[in-house]
Design a protein around this ligand. Sequence first.
Ligand code: F6R
Length: 231
Amino acid sequence: MKNYAQLSKEAARILADQINNKKHSSVLCLPTGSTPLGMYNEIKNMKIDFSRVTIFILDEYVGLDIKDKESYHYYLYHNLLKRINICKEKIYVINGKARNLKKECDAYERKIQKMGLDLIFLGIGLNGHIGFNEPGTSFSSRTRVVKLSDSTLKRNSKNFRKKKIPLRAVTVGIKTIMQAKRIVLLASGKDKADIISKFVNGEISRKIPASILRKHKHILVILDEDAASYL
Ligand code: F6R
């Protein structure tokens, strides 16, 4: 894609097609971060009927209440959910403040397994993470608590205004991501060019968690020219 605006439009078009062309309800898993913001903005103006759509959030920080402004739930609510006609009971978020996080993760994973993901959107970290599956993550991982890497903490702490960034998060696992029927990975900007080149041309290895996505039968990678500039 020529630029971020085009990338966002294309991503929104794919999401709309998924919902509009399916006779049955769609189950989506959505990320946060800066990359999908443009797509969420497009969607808000597209008049898509979300009334039969189910949305799972991809990840969340440990220790933040879902109403906390720094939480990923708040991000998704603020940037998308409050502007679409989705039913409240079809929104699944991970409670990063749950007393028993293992139980919370297992229940979330079971819910995903039961419903099955039709389409998952992903961003990619500078270190190749997808969700919060950091380098070294097993390709058979499921929804669980993880420690964030130093590079992720450094980059994401810029977005934390009031609090110290949590050191742990909860994320949907790599195996769970790989079981989605379709995957769309978005990357924009010069700072993603290096990891995109490693993701596309490097070996498939735990060092670059996103590399396993190349084995998925229905993956689409949407890049703007900057992110694709080392290919
Ligand atoms: C966010 C997530 C992360 C981001 C990645 C890229 O829910 O799971 O993997 O997608 O860190 O973040 P941005 O888009 O801010 O560059």
